[in-house]
Design a protein around this ligand. Structure first.
Ligand SMILES: CCCCCCCCCCCCC/C=C/C(=O)SCCNC(=O)CCNC(=O)[C@H](O)C(C)(C)COP(=O)(O)OP(=O)(O)OC[C@H]1O[C@@H](n2cnc3c(N)ncnc32)[C@H](O)[C@@H]1OP(=O)(O)O
Length: 260
């Protein structure tokens, strides 16, 4: 039966001005359409509430923040739904990045591919010791096409970003903190740490919200490569040279891909 957005994404008021949005789509929080719609619904609710100063995005699944684009969904993809799915992934990230509130990604598991791209669209990132971060798209013939090629270099520098993207390796939490991919690292549970961080920015006596939002905008005011360029690369990879088609099929068949 088709999932419903409010089944895989929930949100709660955790403190004055602070909401917690939780992803819960077993087994790995693969970013299926319902989960992406659920994230949009959470942002709709926050906009409607009008008093959200900080949004924490986290996972209910031990060991996983989000494992990336839903590869199984994509194994049956056609060109029309390819474009629609890619646009939906980017729309969630770009909306979160431009939201009139601070966002914190609270990670204590695998944040891979689109999952890390979602975390990087947040203003800030808090990780527990189990946080592991990667953009392994090249392993299945893709590019990090939901903002990763733009946001990772801005966070860690071009060289480190290419190291991470071209090796498809997973970056452990302590290294992620050291290179600036993670802003706070906690030995304890990640949600209390994120709530404490949020409280330092959302307290009633703290900076005016508009000043905060303008500060964030100014800090990130570096134009991205046009999103359409991602689309071209993904389409070429999937429908012309077939690299992504082989990578996706290999993943679903649980075998190593055979690239030419
Ligand atoms: C993705 C293709 C895109 C094509 C075109 C897209 C449209 C346009 C582009 C838009 C922008 C795209 C940019 C982003 C792309 C991506 O995010 S690509 C995907 C990146 N992520 C990955 O490559 C991670 C893949 N998963 C793994 O490497 C491993 O599963 C793991 C996360 C490291 C966990 O390994 P392990 O603990 O050994 O458990 P597994 O048995 O492998 O997995 C547990 C179950 O979870 C399922 N699963 C895991 N990841 C995904 C996923 N990304 N999509 C769907 N399902 C996933 C896995 O299949 C297992 O399920 P079951 O077999 O049913 O138990």
């Amino acid at each position: 039966m088709a999932e419903k957005p409010d089944e895989v994404v929930t949100w709660e008021n955790a403190a004055p001005g602070v909401v917690v949005v939780t992803m819960a789509r077993p087994p790995a929080n693969a970013l299926g359409v319902a989960l992406l719609d659920g994230l949009h619904s959470a942002m709709d609710a926050a906009e409607k509430a009008g008093d959200v100063k900080v949004m924490i995005v986290t996972s209910a699944l031990p060991g996983f923040f989000a494992a990336g684009a839903d590869i199984k969904h994509l194994d049956t993809i056609d060109a029309a739904s390819f474009t629609e799915y890619g646009d939906k992934m980017r729309s969630v990230n770009d909306r979160l990045a431009a939201a009139p509130w601070i966002s914190i990604a609270a990670v204590d598991g695998l944040a891979l591919g689109g999952g890390l791209e979602l975390a990087m669209a947040a203003t800030l990132r808090v990780s527990g010791r189990n946080g592991r971060f990667g953009l392994p798209e090249v392993k299945i013939g893709l590019i990090p096409g939901a903002g990763g090629t733009q946001r990772l270099p801005r966070l860690v520098g071009r060289g480190r970003a290419l190291d991470i993207m071209l090796t498809a390796r997973q970056v452990p939490a302590d290294e992620a903190f050291r290179i600036g991919l993670v802003d706070r690292l906690t030995d304890g549970d990640v949600l209390p740490a994120a709530l404490d961080f949020a409280g330092q920015m959302a307290g009633a006596s703290l900076p005016a919200q508009l000043a905060v939002v303008r500060t964030v905008d100014a800090a990130f005011d570096q134009p991205f490569v046009d999103g359409a360029e991602y689309e071209v690369a993904q389409e070429q990879s999937l429908f012309e040279d077939g690299e992504a088609a082989e990578g996706i099929t290999a993943f679903v068949e649980k075998r190593p891909p055979r690239f030419a």
